[in-house]
Design a protein around this ligand. Structure first.
Ligand code: C5P
Length: 411
């Protein structure tokens, strides 16, 4: 998500500063280069040595340190940043930033940078709810900064309430949004994800190996790129992604109902769910007892969600997935036509590193314009590649081009 990006992480002096090394590691896991700036107070909670070790970069602490200024340099920090993350941001750091002060290295970098800034406040609940802090945060938002709301819960000071620094992956997601293109702004993307579960009786069900990872990755990436996202998810172990309306369903029938209702306002539908094709013809209300000998199970087909429940409308893009084990591209092309899709993401689920329950995938993007085989990539990168294609398909022809086409047609 952050491959090739430089994140300047500003750590100010609250107790949550002890989580800074974890944030550095999470950012680096996504491919970012992380340059850390520690305020004087932050050094009371976490050492420059710890952050230097996890970031693999010299840590900047002083504006007026001759060695640091020549080796790191506040303007160089400001210029090389693709994004600045302040985590944790104390009430003091927020206040200084909100009035444009530059009395230490962090605030100076904040004024000098042209990169987007993400602020993660963490403090005592009464401080966080103080009208002055609220006003300062509102002022930062007005100037285009992103504020990641703190989590609620038990605080280090003994109080309960909002004020906890969110988990590192939430901060990484916010940083990812700040550097992602806004090419899906104005789009309403509906994503289906995960398996469905078709009950035999109150204890047993039929399902499949889908983990939901691919669909969740598409939902998160679309949100990062500015789309309003609704995620319809079958039973899987993944938590609701922050900021994404998530509708939990169990069966194919429930997924079809949710999709029928919500696809009306969607401009793009991405059907990544591995919907069960069959369900037990009869659902027992009591647990069926084990009997001697073989057992026959009568199955009936489920609704095809993408083919039948997505309300079609000109301009609405519909993207499907095709999990195959043989003749991948050929079968995908047939599915593209049969299900009236604009794009299909085909993958050989038997290939190494592809398919269910892994973090990587190997896919071929198949549309009527042709096919594009992608190498082994993380599911996050595959999600972005799919959305690149969608964004390209969404680019409306310019007025000039429309006029030219009309002229050509008239001739
Ligand atoms: O036919 P097949 O299951 O291979 O098609 C896969 C595509 O169709 C996926 O996009 C999947 O989400 C969708 N699908 C569906 N409802 C079904 C079966 C598949 O929406 N009952």
């Amino acid at each position: 998500m952050l491959e090739g990006k430089t994140v300047v992480l500003g750590v100010s002096g609250g107790i949550a500063a002890y989580k800074a090394p974890e944030i550095v590691r999470a950012l680096r896991r996504e491919g970012a280069r992380v340059r850390v700036v520690l305020t004087r107070a932050a050094r009371e909670f976490v050492t420059p040595l710890a952050l230097q070790t996890v970031s693999g970069e010299p840590v900047a602490t002083d504006l007026f340190d001759l060695t640091q200024e020549s080796e790191i340099g506040h303007i160089d920090l400001a210029d090389t940043a693709d994004v600045v993350l302040i985590a944790p941001a104390t009430a003091n750091a927020i206040a200084k930033a909100a009035v444009g002060m530059a009395d230490d290295l962090l605030t100076t970098v904040l004024l000098a940078t042209r990169a987007p800034v993400v602020v993660a406040p963490a403090m005592n609940v009464h401080m966080y709810e103080n009208a002055l802090v609220r006003e300062n945060l509102a002022r930062l938002v007005k100037h285009g900064w992103t504020v990641v709301e703190p989590d609620e819960g038990a605080l280090a000071c003994g109080y309960e309430g909002p004020g906890r620094l969110p988990d590192a992956d939430v901060l990484v997601e916010a940083v990812g949004s700040a550097v992602a293109p806004d090419d899906l702004e104005g789009e309403a993307v509906l994503v289906t994800a995960g398996p469905t579960r078709e009950s035999l009786d109150p204890v047993r069900f039929l399902s499949n190996r889908s983990s939901g990872k691919m669909g969740f990755a598409v939902a998160r990436a679309a949100a990062r790129r500015g789309a309003r996202v609704v995620l319809v998810a079958g039973p899987c172990g993944l938590p609701d992604p922050r900021g994404i309306e998530t509708v939990r369903v169990e069966t194919a029938e429930e997924m079809a109902v949710a999709v029928r209702r919500r696809s009306r306002s969607a401009t793009v539908v991405v059907a990544a769910a591995a919907v069960a094709d069959y369900r037990p013809a009869k659902r027992e209300t009591q647990k069926s007892a084990k009997k001697k000998g073989a057992m026959r199970l009568a199955l009936e087909p489920t609704p095809d969600v993408v083919a039948s429940a997505v309300v079609r409308k000109p301009g609405r893009l519909v993207v499907g997935f095709a999990a195959e084990t043989t003749d991948v591209e050929e079968r995908a092309k047939a599915k593209l036509e049969r299900k009236a899709l604009d794009l299909i993401v085909a993958n050989d689920v038997s290939a190494e590193g592809a398919g269910f329950d892994v973090d990587t995938n190997v896919v071929t993007l198949v549309s009527r314009a042709g096919s594009e085989a992608l190498p082994l990539l993380s599911k996050d990168r595959v999600a972005d590649a799919i959305l690149d294609r969608i964004a390209a398909l969404r680019v409306r022809p310019s007025k000039k081009r429309v006029a030219r086409t009309k002229k050509r047609r008239a001739r």
